[in-house]
Design a protein around this ligand. Structure first.
Ligand SMILES: Cc1ncc(COP(=O)(O)OP(=O)(O)O)c(N)n1
Ligand SMILES: Cc1ncsc1CCOP(=O)(O)O
Ligand SMILES: [Mg+2]
Length: 211
C-alpha cells in the first residue's frame, strides 16, 4: 500500500516466444522489465526439458539485478533446477497440495481459476495469487473455458480472499478496468511481447493501470 492506501499493482509479463515476432527473446523481456514489468513468468510449451531449464537459468540471471521474480509455468522440476522464485499451475497441472510439498518454503505459487468452483476450492490453498483466467477472450490461448469478463472478476473479488491476478485480452485500453475491479496483478502476453517497443508498451500499461 502507498501512504494514501492506493493499492500498488504488479505488472506481470507472461512470455511467449512466437509472440516476440522473431526478436531476441531475452531482449524483449529485459526491455519490458526496464519499462515497468515487476514479475515474469516463463511459459514454454514446446521446449525440451533441458532447453527449458537453460532458458530459465539465463532469465533468472537477467532478472536478478532488477529484483524481479521469475515464475515457471507448469513445471516444478524446471523451477527447482533453475532456482526460480515460483511456479504457476492451472486446473490440469500438478495439484496445489503436491506442488506445495515439493517447493521450498517461501516460493511463489500461482493458480488459475476458470470457474466459480475453482475459486471456492482455492480458499483451501495457501497460494500467492489466484489468476482469473481468462478475463477476456484472447487469440493467445484458445483452450479456455468462458472468459470471466468484468462482472466475473467482481464476483471473484467478493468470493475470494486471495490476491487476484487477471489475464487474457488485457491491453492499454482495458487495463484500468481490470485494476479497479479487483485485480492486484495484471498479467499480459501479446500487448507487451508483440509491441513494437516492449519498453514503451510496459511503461504505458503501467501508467494506464495507475491513472
Ligand atoms: C498468470 C497466469 N494466469 C493463468 C495462466 C494459465 O495457466 P493454465 O490454465 O495452466 O494454462 P497454461 O498457461 O499452462 O496454458 C497462466 N499461465 N498465468
Ligand atoms: C497464458 C494465458 N492464460 C490465460 S489467458 C492467457 C494468454 C494471455 O495472453 P494475452 O495477454 O496475449 O491475451
Ligand atoms: Mg498450465
Amino acid at each position: 500500500m502507498t501512504t494514501n492506501d492506493t493499492p500498488v499493482h504488479q505488472l506481470y509479463l507472461v512470455t511467449d516466444e512466437p509472440a516476440c515476432l522473431g526478436r531476441d527473446f531475452y531482449w524483449v523481456v529485459e526491455e519490458a522489465v526496464q519499462g515497468g514489468v515487476t514479475m515474469v513468468q516463463l511459459r514454454e510449451k514446446h521446449l525440451s526439458t533441458r532447453a527449458f531449464i537453460d532458458r530459465a537459468k539465463r532469465l533468472k540471471d537477467i532478472l536478478l539485478p532488477y529484483n524481479v521474480p521469475l515464475i515457471i509455468n507448469d513445471r516444478v522440476d524446471v523451477a527447482l533446477a533453475a532456482n526460480a522464485d515460483g511456479v504457476h499451475v492451472g486446473q490440469s497441472d500438478m495439484h496445489f497440495d503436491m506442488l506445495n510439498e515439493m517447493l521450498p518454503e517461501g516460493k511463489i505459487i500461482g493458480l488459475s481459476a476458470e470457474s466459480e468452483e475453482d475459486v471456492v476450492e482455492a480458499e483451501n490453498f495457501d497460494i500467492s495469487y489466484l489468476a482469473v483466467s481468462p478475463l477476456f477472450d484472447t487469440p493467445t490461448k484458445t483452450d479456455i473455458k468462458k472468459p470471466w469478463e468484468i462482472a466475473g472478476l467482481q464476483w471473484v473479488r467478493k468470493n475470494s480472499t486471495h490476491t487476484l491476478a487477471a489475464i487474457g485480452g488485457i491491453n492499454a485500453n482495458n487495463i484500468r478496468q481490470a485494476a479497479t475491479n479487483g485485480a492486484e496483478i495484471i498479467a499480459i502476453v501479446s500487448a507487451i511481447c508483440s509491441a513494437p517497443s516492449p519498453y514503451e508498451a510496459a511503461f504505458r500499461l503501467k501508467s494506464a493501470m495507475h491513472d
